[in-house]
Design a protein around this ligand. Structure first.
Ligand SMILES: *Cc1c(COP(=O)(O)O)cnc(C)c1O
Length: 397
C-alpha cells in the first residue's frame, strides 16, 4: 500500500487507450470507443480475482457504501452498527442513506467486537457493518452468526483490505455485499474510485441502475432508457477505470510484496516481549497493508512514537491522536453539525456521543501503532527499518 508507488507503463497504456479514443464515459458511444470498455473490464477482472458474481464500480469507496446501503434497502429509521475505529466514510454513508449510525466497541482485532455488536442490537437494527481496518479482517464467523441469528444484513467495508481473505474467501465477498475503495492511497488505485461486490443478482442489477440515475441499461439508446426507480450519479470515468484495470492485474504481486515486507518487520518486533500484535482471525488471509502492534501502556506508546521520530522511522499512526479514524475527534458527528437539517429519526435515534464512553476502544487504540507497509521499499530498506524500529522501542523500555 499504496499502489501508486509502482505506477508503470502498464497504467500509462490503459489510460492512453482511453485518451486516444476520446471516450471518457463508461456507457454509450460504442462506435467511437475502439472496443475499449475499461470500467466493464475492470468489473470483470474484480469478479475473477475476488471470485464473486457481481462487481459494480463507483466513483469512490464512500459512494460504494452509499450504493450498497441503498440497494440493501437501508433508510430512515434503520440502525446500522459500525465500529468506533474506521474512516469517517462509515457514518457519512449511513447518514446519507437517512439511517442512524450506532457506534460500538472494537476489540484486539481492531475491528468490531462481536459481543458489543450483539449487545447493541435493537428492533431497529438492520445492518452490521464491519470495517476490515489496516489490511486485516474482522471476526467474520462470529459476526455472520450474529447476523443469521437476528436476521440482519452483513455489509463488509473492505476498503483497506483488498486482496485479503478469510478462510479461503476474499474479504468483501462474505457478507451480503462488500465495498472497496480505489482512492489514491489504497493498495490498488484508480485515482478516485470504488466498487460494490455481491453474489446477489438483484442487488447487482439495482446497483447497476442506481449508480447511473436509475437508467435501466436496456437497448443501445441511452436517451430512450427508462428509469424503474430513483437513482443517482455515482459513475466512475473510463480514465479512472483504466488506471484501476492495470492496477488490479498487479494486485496479487502487490499483496505478495506487502506480505514479504511485513514478515520481516513483524519477526523483528516479535523479539521484544513488551510488544504484542493485533489479533488476526485468519493469519493466512492478512493482506499485510499494515503492521499493527500494541505497547503495554499508553505512556509507553507515546514514548515509542517520539522515539520513532528520533530513529528516523516514518509512515506510522497512533489513531488515538488522529482526526479521521477514531471517534474521539469526530466532533462534527458528536455535535451533529450538518449543513442541512437531519431527520428526526437520526437526531433522536443517535447515541449521545458526547457522553457515551468506549473504554475498550480507548484502551486498544491508545496503545496501538499501525505502520504502513510500502511496496517500493527495497529489501535492504525493510531490514534497516526493522533494526531502527527495534532500537527505538528498546530505547524507551
Ligand atoms: C478509504 C476508505 C473509505 C472510503 O473510500 P474513498 O474512496 O476515499 O471514498 C471507506 N472506508 C474505509 C475503511 C477507507 O479506508
Amino acid at each position: 500500500m499504496p499502489g501508486f508507488e509502482l505506477f508503470s507503463d502498464l497504467e500509462r497504456k490503459e489510460v492512453n487507450d482511453v485518451l486516444e479514443s476520446g471516450v471518457l464515459m463508461r456507457y454509450g458511444f460504442d462506435g467511437a470507443r475502439n472496443g475499449h470498455w475499461k470500467a466493464k473490464e475492470l468489473e470483470q477482472e474484480l469478479q475473477r480475482i475476488l471470485n464473486v458474481k457481481h462487481a459494480q464500480l463507483t466513483s469512490s469507496g464512500t459512494t460504494a457504501l452509499n450504493v450498497a446501503l441503498a440497494v440493501l434497502g437501508v433508510g430512515a429509521g434503520d440502525e446500522v452498527i459500525m465500529p468506533t475505529f474506521t474512516f469517517v466514510a462509515s457514518f457519512e454513508s449511513i447518514l446519507a442513506a437517512g439511517a442512524t449510525p450506532i457506534l460500538v466497541e472494537i476489540d484486539d482485532t481492531l475491528t468490531l467486537d462481536p459481543k458489543a455488536v450483539e449487545a447493541a442490537i435493537t428492533p431497529k437494527t438492520k445492518v452490521v457493518m464491519p470495517v476490515h481496518m489496516c489490511g486485516s479482517m474482522a471476526d467474520l464467523d462470529a459476526l455472520k452468526a450474529i447476523c443469521d441469528k437476528h436476521n440482519l444484513i452483513l455489509l463488509e467495508d473492505a476498503c483497506q483490505a483488498v486482496g485479503g481473505s478469510y478462510k479461503g474467501k476474499k474479504l468483501g465477498t462474505i457478507g451480503d455485499a462488500g465495498c472497496f475503495s480505489f482512492d489514491y492511497v489504497k493498495t490498488i488505485t484508480c485515482g478516485e474510485g470504488g466498487a460494490m461486490v455481491t453474489n446477489n443478482a438483484t442487488l447487482a442489477k439495482n446497483a447497476d441502475h442506481y449508480t447511473d440515475h436509475g437508467h435501466d441499461h436496456e437497448g443501445n439508446d441511452r436517451g430512450a432508457e427508462s428509469h424503474p426507480f430513483l437513482g443517482y450519479n455515482f459513475r466512475i470515468s473510463e480514465l479512472n477505470a483504466a488506471v484501476g484495470l492495470a492496477q488490479v492485474r498487479r494486485l496479487e504481486d502487490f499483496v505478495a510484496i506487502q506480505r514479504k515486507h511485513k514478515k520481516i518487520l513483524k519477526e523483528a518486533l516479535a523479539t521484544i516481549t513488551e510488544v504484542s500484535f493485533r489479533r488476526i482471525p485468519d493469519q493466512e488471509g492478512d493482506s499485510a497493508g499494515f503492521l499493527s502492534f500494541f505497547m503495554p501502556t499508553k505512556e509507553l506508546t507515546d514514548k515509542v512514537i517520539i522515539a520513532f521520530k528520533a530513529f528516523g522511522v516514518d509512515a506510522y499512526w497512533n489513531y488515538y491522536q488522529n482526526n479521521w479514524h477514531y471517534v474521539r475527534k469526530w466532533k462534527h458527528l458528536k455535535d451533529k453539525i450538518s449543513l442541512f437539517p437531519l431527520s428526526n429519526q437520526i437526531v433522536n435515534g443517535m447515541q449521545d456521543l458526547n457522553t457515551i464512553q468506549f473504554p475498550q476502544s480507548d484502551d486498544f487504540i491508545s496503545r496501538n501503532i499501525s505502520c504502513l507497509i510500502k511496496l517500493s521499499w527495497t529489501e535492504a530498506q525493510v531490514h534497516e527499518r526493522a533494526k531502527n524500529m527495534v532500537a527505538a522501542i528498546k530505547s524507551v523500555l
